[in-house]
Design a protein around this ligand. Structure first.
Ligand code: FAD
Length: 455
């Protein structure tokens, strides 16, 4: 029988790391193809530079490295054709037809006040206003605001080593993990921290205790040694003993996202003596290999997002969703590429059973708390002092937020989910990030095996 609780990941005989690696060998080419070769999924519009950190004053934390910079698309001709001029009128998602109320009042025809260029039909590029849907797990990105949003070609701005570190990065991670302290009234929520200081010490200590759980680390180490055939989730509770399922899941999502970011920065690392971008094994060993729980959480996120994508497949490929391609052929091409990803994602049934969450014990009462905490994490992203890290931090927070929304707010056979274009783009790009993290982890493991055999 499965040694892990049915609460997290289930299938008939337990999902193992190897199962997910095998799945990923099919998913990766498909999801890379989607995010790298379609305009719809390779471009993201967000408000990257115009928001200030709502929690503390972090002017000193700005990263000045060139690697931290983000290249935005400032000229209209660089914006994919599908978002220009007449093509814009074809941008259509389930919510695309409802311009925000605020904007409608201001100027129903040109909510962006001509900022994209005089000939651009803006009504479709603007999807909605910035108001949160009750079911959103993050602050929706800003396709629908009247403030300046920036178009970004994600292919020109890969997530990789930037050199951003120190107190600023630490404060952000601390604040993010602090959100894990559900209903511990003695600890301030980041939202309550005001503008003065980084997170309070007690919560950080509380969290450290969790990470330092020596017994659990040893157990996981043992599990890793028999890698890859053991189930990758022993249970969901090792980080926060005695915590309920929902809190453990919350922690794992955050830690898995952190592990994925660490993997990418170690994989695409700048060797400052040669100027070459290359994998840095020492970086991987110190940040991930020594911490099997982090790797476990990375795979956990892969399973969670896989399930969300599989669940979403029938809706997003249904007749109500168009990908706003400039012509029918392009639209069909995008749809086919989405279908390839969702079909692979659906090929491992019951990879993650979301139906057990928010049902027992204090679960139902935690749902709103869970949602609000995730929203706080998306606010904390405005405190990241490196543009490129903020870009990918925001995309991935939004991607996980969308996955959670799909898992917990949409029920099969009910009305189709209402997702913004940005949510969809973030979800699939987050899946692509996780997919490349799994692949990079495999290559790093092979490098370690090779080195250890040689010695
Ligand atoms: P950090 O990664 O800062 O970790 C801080 C502490 O958290 C660690 O000491 C450890 O106790 C704990 N911890 C670490 N990993 C995990 C985990 N997976 N689960 C649980 N606990 C953990 N840098 C880049 O070069 N490129 C990027 O694209 C990038 N994106 C970033 C995005 C965000 C949102 C943030 C906040 C930072 C980003 N950074 C990026 C910086 C990077 O994440 C590190 O903060 C930085 O490299 C310093 O690393 P560190 O060794 O001090 O540990």
């Amino acid at each position: 029988t499965c040694p892990f609780s049915p609460n997290a990941i289930i299938d008939d005989g337990c999902v193992s790391y190897a199962t997910l690696d095998r799945l990923n060998s099919k998913v990766k080419p498909a999801v890379d193809n989607l995010v790298q070769t379609t305009d719809f999924f390779s471009h993201y519009r967000l408000n990257l530079f115009h928001k200030t950190c709502p929690f503390w004053n972090d002017e000193d934390g700005m990263c000045g490295n060139i690697a931290c910079a983000v290249e935005t698309l400032d000229n209209e001709e660089d914006i994919p054709e599908i978002w220009r001029a007449s093509e814009l009128s074809k941008l259509e998602g389930p919510r695309a037809k409802h311009p925000g109320k605020k904007m409608q009042k201001q100027n129903p025809d040109r909510p962006l006040q001509g900022k994209l260029g005089e000939d651009v039909g803006e009504s479709c590029v603007v999807e909605y206003d910035d108001e949160c849907d009750d079911r959103d797990y993050c602050i929706p990105e800003d396709e629908g605001t009247t403030s300046n949003g920036d178009y970004i070609n994600l292919l020109h701005n890969p997530e990789r080593f930037t050199g951003y570190s120190g107190q600023s990065a630490k404060s952000v991670w601390d604040a993010i993990y602090l959100e894990n302290c559900f209903k511990k009234s003695s600890f301030p929520k980041s939202a309550d921290l005001g503008v003065s200081n980084a997170p309070a010490e007690p919560a950080a200590l509380d969290f450290k205790h969790v990470l330092d759980s020596a017994g659990r680390q040893a157990q996981l180490q043992q599990q890793r040694q028999s890698f890859p055939d053991t189930p990758f989730v022993a249970n969901t509770g090792y980080e926060v003993e005695d915590e309920c399922l929902e809190k453990r899941v919350f922690y794992r999502v955050v830690s898995g996202m952190h592990a994925s970011i660490s993997t990418h920065l170690c994989w695409d690392y700048l060797n400052q003596s040669t100027g070459q971008w290359q994998p840095n094994l020492a970086c991987y060993e110190s940040r991930l290999h020594k911490f099997p729980d982090r790797i476990s959480n990375l795979y956990f996120n892969y399973a969670l997002v896989t399930r969300a994508i599989a669940k979403l497949g029938p809706y997003v490929l249904g007749p109500h969703y168009t990908f706003c391609a400039g012509d029918l052929l392009q639209d069909q091409d995008t749809r086919d590429k989405v279908a390839a990803v969702t079909q692979h994602a659906a090929s491992v049934p019951q990879i993650f059973d979301e139906s057990v969450m928010f049902v027992n014990g204090e679960g139902p009462s935690l749902k709103e708390d869970f949602r609000n905490r995730f929203r706080n994490i998306s606010r904390v992203m405005d405190c990241v002092g490196c543009d490129k890290c903020r870009l990918w931090g925001k995309i991935q927070t939004s991607g996980y937020g969308t996955a959670l929304k799909v898992l917990f707010e949409f029920h099969e056979n009910q009305r189709p989910p209402s997702l913004k274009r940005t949510e969809l783009v973030a979800l699939f790009n987050t899946y692509a990030r996780l997919s490349s993290s799994l692949a990079a982890n495999g290559k790093f493991r092979a490098m370690i095996d090779l080195r250890d055999k040689g010695s």
